[in-house]
Design a binder for this molecule. Sequence first.
Ligand SMILES: Nc1ncnc2c1ncn2[C@@H]1O[C@H](COP(=O)(O)OP(=O)(O)O)[C@@H](O)[C@H]1O
Ligand SMILES: [Mg+2]
Length: 396
Amino acid sequence: MKNIVGSPARGESFFPRNREIGSIISRLDDGNNLNIAAPRRIGKTSILFHLLDDSVGDYIYVYIDTEAVDNEADFFKKILKEITKVEEISKSGKLKSLFSAGHKFLGKIKSIKIAGQGIDFVETAHKEIDYREDLNNLLSGIELEGDRQLVLLIDEFPQTIQNIVDAGKGDITAARQFLQSTRALRLDPVINSKIRFIFTGSIGLNHTVAEINCSAFVNDLNSVEVSDLAREDALTLLDKLLLYKKLHVKPALAEYLLGKLEWLIPFHIQLAVQEISLQPINSGEITKADIDKAFESIIQARNNNHFDHYYSRMKRRFKGEEFRFANEILEKLSVDGSFSKAQIIDLAAKYDLEERWRIIVEILEYDGYISLINGTNTFRFNSPIVRMWWQRYICK
Ligand SMILES: Nc1ncnc2c1ncn2[C@@H]1O[C@H](COP(=O)(O)OP(=O)(O)O)[C@@H](O)[C@H]1O
Ligand SMILES: [Mg+2]
């Protein structure tokens, strides 16, 4: 298996995640709309691409990345455009006939025209096109060959909400309206009977909407969690990546390597393999010293782009005292290795954050920075690699 580090895994490079995929398909089959909730870099986008590339469960998937979108009209326009790029839709004779026959919903759509064997999106300068209305009509009227159902994969949705909040400069009316519109779209009885939605993103949806008191607008979504890999799966992935590089590691040393990683996400296994394979390995057999050296180099500056986001995201997410509080927790954790809840509460008092500390700690947990040590009230960095990086580049 090729070791492509950083970009979402596709095709042959995708390591199976049967538990997550099974759970997604069974919930879709039951008629749910989903929110895939998990920290960044855990493999959410890779899962979406896998559903798309393999048409898992025989759905027709449309992938839409809305990270750069900062207003409602552009959001709906982007979805319309991406839907009409999918061949099963743009070249559908059945859909074309419905359009030609002046179907009661499809006939009202202004931004799509009949073209060739099927349909096409038309880019116009007309401000008066109501893309929400158009999308509503398309999703209400769409019928495809074999009655296959459509699943819209909306990646970076919470970032879109945050962009709209930021554009409002303190006025959250537009963000509320946006959440209301997207909810109305999902829950429209005609649409709901045939279109499924999967939302995900690098920032947590629940916290993003809670901050603007809009949790009620997403409470119809069913949450699917993606966690790190089970140990056997992590070992299999490690072997597959090494095999491609013609390298081998003895079982005890593979365990040693996973022990050092602790947080067994595919991304960190890829990083370890990359750093191991950059060294000269004697007759392809990896030693303990090779592993130790690789770990040292994972956090070298050339890999900063893989970790920078932990810090930059925190700076964007928290302001003033909240930022200083979160930063001090992480600084203490990176140096001392652990930090108890009691210590956090003391620290919160220093920053006057008695009311807010809980939510800040929750965000750090949710976003994959920290986690409780099993069965205790003490936190640690989720990943020793991120901890080492933090110590080297962020601590003063
Ligand atoms: N199932 C998988 N198989 C192989 N590599 C994966 C898998 N899931 C994630 N990765 C790797 O982890 C990194 C982050 O994946 P990505 O899907 O972008 O995560 P997210 O969307 O959660 O931030 C990429 O380098 C990707 O190749
Ligand atoms: Mg992603």
